[in-house]
Design a protein around this ligand. Structure first.
Ligand code: FAD
Length: 310
């Protein structure tokens, strides 16, 4: 059992949400160990929270008081099969996987931006996932063949893109079950034999920033950009703002998870505002949140990328 004996409490990336009470920590080293522990936790009716890198900002990877925190960071095994498909356990970080398969002339179509290891495979799937290459290859969901998924009622199952459940898990934020691994498509040609490895989880200290991303159909890009320029100007009095950012997420003709943008099949734009977390930000966090909420209520065509953000 864990607790905090000083002011160092467990937080997520934004540092605004924290847990200072007792909770159980469980860091399985294999999927089998994870399933045993999850089954036992379910029998004991423990409140279970899953945490990958803890890079989300909305408190979704912070355990409940007396609950169980399942940390996936030791579920890091990857298997490269002879057809160039990579099966990655949920705790492997995307950029670490991408780096590993690079030596075989392969790459993942979509990885997180920033250049340093951050989200895990499981966490990125829960978020939705996009990056600079989304302008060509769309969302991360387009490149997942199947998920190995555990739920208390049905145990471990393989969920493929063809099922409704797949689209409910991707970009759901906090799915009802646990993603144990994912079979991912890669770019490049591989003709070698099956190889497997256990990758090292890499803790990286990233700049302390918070951000708010909004997703909208591509035809609404101009409206969203104009509205965000106004929001950015307004927020500058409350934080050390950075220049707004934008991405295009090209439709691959295979649908979009409702959790990412509901009932939409075409290309999307993801744009946002961000700022450094300084004393000024901390003092003004309520004012920032108020303005972001008002923005969401006003710009009804835009959906917050809420999973990863305050
Ligand atoms: C520096 C940085 C760069 C980023 N860049 C990008 C980017 O370029 N593109 C982008 O789309 N996003 C980006 N993000 C956002 C990030 O992808 C999401 O916050 C993502 O969810 C974080 O993954 P994580 O492993 O840290 O998950 P956590 O924060 O640990 O968990 C997030 C949610 O997923 C659930 N979860 C995690 N693993 C599992 C699992 N195995 N099974 C079931 N549920 C699980 C948790 O319970 C929680 O609800 C970035 C974040 C940071 C901090």
């Amino acid at each position: 059992m864990c607790s905090s004996s000083n002011e160092e409490q467990l937080t997520d990336y934004g540092g605004q949400k924290r847990q200072g009470d007792h909770f159980w920590l469980f860091e399985p080293r294999t999927k089998e160990e994870a399933v045993l522990g999850l089954t036992r936790a379910s029998q004991l009716k423990l409140d279970v929270t899953i945490r990958g890198s803890g890079h989300s900002m909305n408190g979704s990877s912070i355990p409940q008081k007396n609950g169980l925190l399942l940390l996936t960071t030791s579920l890091n095994k990857v298997v490269l099969t002879s057809d160039g498909k990579i099966e990655a356990e949920a705790g492997a970080q995307l950029l670490v996987v991408d780096d590993y398969i690079g030596q075989f002339g392969l790459k993942l179509p979509i990885v997180n931006d920033g250049g340093d290891p951050a989200p895990t495979v499981g966490g990125f799937i829960c978020a939705g996932g996009f990056g600079v290459c989304s302008k060509d290859y769309g969302g991360f969901w387009n490149h997942i063949r199947s998920l190995e998924y555990w739920t208390p009622k049905e145990g471990v199952r393989c969920i493929t893109q063809e099922t409704e459940e797949f689209w409910q898990i991707c970009a759901s934020g906090k799915p009802k079950g646990v993603i144990l691994s994912a079979s991912l498509m890669t770019l490049g040609q591989y003709t070698g034999t099956r190889v497997e490895a256990t990758l090292q989880f890499k803790y990286v200290v990233h700049p302390n920033r918070i951000w708010f991303t909004f997703i909208a159909p591509i035809r609404k890009s101009a409206s969203l950009r104009r509205a965000l320029i106004r929001l950015d100007r307004d927020l500058r009095q409350y934080w050390e703002g950075l220049p707004p950012y934008e991405y295009m997420i090209k439709s691959q003709g295979r649908g979009t998870p409702d959790g990412f943008y509901p009932e939409h099949d075409g290309s999307l734009a993801a744009m946002g505002v961000w700022g450094e977390v300084t004393t000024k930000t901390a003092q003004n966090i309520d004012a920032i949140m108020e303005r972001v909420s008002a923005f969401t209520n006003r710009e009804t065509y835009a959906k917050r990328y809420w999973q990863s953000e305050l």
